[in-house]
Design a protein around this ligand. Structure first.
Ligand SMILES: C[S@@+](CC[C@H](N)C(=O)[O-])C[C@H]1O[C@@H](n2cnc3c(N)ncnc32)[C@H](O)[C@@H]1O
Length: 247
C-alpha cells in the first residue's frame, strides 16, 4: 500500500465483466461439479503450501477464457504455481476438464471475480506476476470505468505483487491500450511500458481472432518497484528475494 493512501481493495461493485447466463451442457456441468473441487482453491485466504504442497512463485491469470495461455504458461514453468480465474462458466468448465485429466499439476482454476480474489484471498506481496491477456475492452465511453486496468484495480494488483513482480497485459483494442498505458504509467509503485510478446503464449483465443482481423496487439509489462514496501511483510520480502523473475 502506498503511504498516506487508503488500503488498495479495488471496487468489486463496478464489475469488469458482464454476467452471462449461457446454459451449460451436461459435460460442462459435470466438469464443474465433479472435477472442479479437485483443481480449484479451498475457500478463504490462499495458503499456497496447502494448495500446491510447496511455496513457489505464484502467478495469477485474470480472465483466461478457455485457458490456452494458462495451460501453456504452467506447462512451461513447472517451478511456478498458477491460479487462473474467470467468471465465464463455460470457459472454466473446459479448463477444469483439461486440468483434471492431463494437468499440469501446478495450475488451479477458479470460477469467480478476480477483483474479489485479489482483495479478499490473496495476501499483499504474494504474487510474482499477474497476467491479463485480451481483457474485455468495454469500448463505449460510458463503460470505460469497467475496464480491469483502471486506477482502483491497478492499485489492488500493485499491492498484491511482490517487489520485482510484473503485470503483463496484452490487448488488441487501441482505446484500451491508451487507458492501460496512462493508468499503469501513473501508478507510483509500477515501472514499465511495451515489451516483446511472451514466447510461451500460444496464438489462440482472442489473440488469434485479432490477428486474423489484422489488428495489431500491444504487449505491456509493468514491474512493481520496491518503494511501496508497506504491502510486503518482511517474511514475504525475504522469501521473494531469492525467487526467479517471472516472464
Ligand atoms: C475477451 S475475453 C479473453 C479471454 C482470453 N484471455 C483470451 O485471450 O482468449 C476476457 C475474459 O475475461 C473475463 N473476465 C473479465 N473480468 C473478469 C474478472 N473480474 N474476473 C475474472 N474474469 C474476468 C471474461 O469472463 C472473459 O472470459
Amino acid at each position: 500500500m502506498t503511504a498516506g493512501r487508503p488500503a488498495p481493495e479495488g471496487n468489486a461493485a463496478v464489475r469488469t465483466f458482464k454476467a452471462r447466463r449461457g446454459r451449460l451442457s451436461a459435460t460442462q456441468r459435470t466438469a464443474l461439479e465433479v472435477l472442479g473441487p479437485g483443481v480449484d482453491l479451498p475457500a478463504g485466504p490462499l495458503d499456497a503450501l496447502e494448495v500446491f504442497g510447496r511455496v513457489a512463485p505464484l502467478v495469477l491469470e485474470v480472465g483466461p477464457g478457455f485457458g490456452h495461455a494458462a495451460l501453456a504458461y504452467a506447462a512451461a514453468h513447472a517451478a511456478h504455481d498458477v491460479v487462473a480465474i474467470d467468471v465465464h462458466t463455460r470457459g472454466v468448465a473446459h479448463l477444469v476438464a483439461t486440468v483434471a485429466s492431463t494437468g499440469p499439476p501446478n495450475l488451479r482454476v477458479v470460477e469467480g471475480d478476480a477483483v474479489e480474489l485479489l482483495a479478499e484471498r490473496l495476501a499483499p506481496g504474494s504474487l510474482a506476476a499477474v497476467h491479463l491477456f485480451f481483457p474485455d475492452p468495454w469500448p463505449k465511453r460510458a463503460h470505460h470505468g469497467r475496464r480491469f486496468v483502471r486506477p482502483d484495480v491497478v492499485d489492488l494488483v500493485a499491492g498484491r505483487l511482490r517487489p520485482g513482480g510484473s503485470l503483463l497485459v496484452a490487448t488488441d483494442h487501441c482505446g484500451y491500450a491508451k487507458q492501460a498505458r496512462a493508468v499503469l504509467g501513473a501508478h507510483p509503485a509500477l515501472r514499465g511500458g511495451t515489451c516483446p510478446r511472451p514466447p510461451w503464449r500460444p496464438v489462440a483465443g482472442y489473440e488469434a481472432k485479432a490477428l486474423a482481423a489484422g489488428r495489431p496487439v500491444l504487449e505491456l509489462r509493468y514491474t512493481r518497484t520496491g518503494r511501496d514496501s508497506g504491502a510486503v511483510s518482511p517474511t514475504n520480502a525475504a522469501a521473494n528475494s531469492s525467487r526467479p523473475t517471472t516472464t
